[in-house]
Design a protein around this ligand. Structure first.
Ligand code: SF4
Ligand code: SF4
Length: 138
């Protein structure tokens, strides 16, 4: 068993940095799974998670303290962008957006292509556990 803890469970930065928008039909009132009451219209065809379309974003579904212990209140029902957002270093890939969100909240970068050792370490933690920032987060 790996002793490396998934960094997402002590981060949550991406849930408080980006506008989380998605096709409107992902919401429950259109047949999807995302709780409609946690979303708001963005355009004719798009919705976003409430709280993420502001100057100081924080998704309404994010629970806990960023950089401390966090979780997603709707982990199984989170929208596509959340499901597709990879932790930097996952599968050996640098996700600049992840590290940028972390930097915005004063958290260190997880990965850089020049640091392959970190990549192997996080890969060993298990990609299937990612992103648990949103597990009950991301
Ligand atoms: S994906 Fe990156 S920014 Fe988002 S919670 Fe995980 S480590 Fe933090
Ligand atoms: S993973 Fe959850 S808390 Fe994070 S932005 Fe998506 S819905 Fe919000």
């Amino acid at each position: 068993m790996s002793e490396i803890t998934n960094p997402c469970i002590s981060c949550g930065a991406c849930c408080a940095h980006f506008r989380v928008s998605f096709y409107w039909a992902e919401a429950q009132d259109a047949g999807g799974v995302v709780p409609t009451e946690l979303t708001e219209p963005l355009s004719l065809l798009m919705r976003n998670m409430i709280g993420t379309n502001t100057r100081t974003p924080r998704c309404i579904a994010l629970e806990g303290e960023i950089g401390g212990c966090v979780s997603c209140g709707i982990y199984e029902q989170r929208p596509t962008p959340c499901r597709e957002f990879a932790m930097s270093g996952e599968n050996g890939e640098w996700n600049e957006a992840c590290d940028r969100a972390r930097a915005r909240h004063g958290l260190p970068a997880l990965f850089h292509p020049s640091l392959p050792v970190m990549t192997e370490s996080y890969a060993a933690a298990g990609a299937s556990e990612l992103p648990e920032h949103v597990q009950s987060p991301g």
